[in-house]
Design a protein around this ligand. Structure first.
Ligand code: 5GP
Ligand code: MG
Ligand code: MG
Length: 189
């Protein structure tokens, strides 16, 4: 593997493991939506990398749309959620695949699910890169998930700490002194 960033204590998922997992989930999503129109909704910012890789493993017609979800306050609590819709095309009557970087408490996914139903979506499936089932506070499981993580704060492959580390091609845990050194005020996606 390439050099690991100096702030990373350990790598949990390598690029190879991520690639294999996304190929598997891409094939499963393809089977679910084959022959039906659907829209992949990428939840910014965290899922931008995952969504880009995922849709290239889904060789059937699809549309791509974006929403952003920002939680205020430190990312260890769920805080208040602000949702922004970017021009998404039709929602009413569409089959939707909601894609997020990580399913933690489940608040983001469940709020967005409600919002898409309110706007008339026909069917909603959920797909997450990482699943942290130990922290769930709402009853919600992803229909598709690439990898399961234990209760650790992870970065890389789209996931940030204080806005940084999204560009790491692997998933890892930061050295403890880094978490203390940078405080995040607004956590975007
Ligand atoms: P939930 O609403 O399910 O509690 O949280 C989902 C959002 O919280 C994710 O989309 C992500 O932005 C953030 N989040 C939750 N756990 C982690 C983590 O371990 N690392 C990072 N970087 N973000 C996380
Ligand atoms: Mg974040
Ligand atoms: Mg997010």
């Amino acid at each position: 593997m390439q050099n690991v960033h100096a702030d990373i204590e350990s790598v949990l998922f390598s690029e190879d493991v991520i690639r294999a997992g996304i190929a598997r989930v891409g094939a499963a999503v393809t089977e679910r939506f084959r022959g039906r129109d659907f829209t992949v909704v990428s939840i910014l910012k965290g899922s931008c990398i995952f969504s880009a890789d995922l849709i290239r493993q889904i060789p059937i017609p699809l549309e791509l749309a974006f929403v952003s979800a920002s939680s205020y306050g430190d990312r260890t609590t769920s805080g208040d959620l602000e949702i922004n819709f970017f021009p998404t095309g039709e929602i009413e009557g569409r089959n939707i695949l909601l894609v997020d970087d990580i399913l933690d408490t489940g608040q983001t996914m469940s709020r967005l699910r409600e919002e898409f139903l309110r706007r008339g979506a026909s069917e909603i499936a959920t797909c997450v890169f990482l699943d942290k089932p130990s922290r769930r506070s709402v009853e919600l499981d992803a229909d598709f998930r690439v990898l399961e993580v234990e209760d650790k704060f992870v970065v890389g492959y789209g996931l940030d700490f204080a806005g940084r580390y999204r560009n790491l091609p692997y998933v890892g845990v930061l050295k403890p002194e880094i978490y203390g050194a940078r405080a995040s005020v607004v956590g975007e996606g």
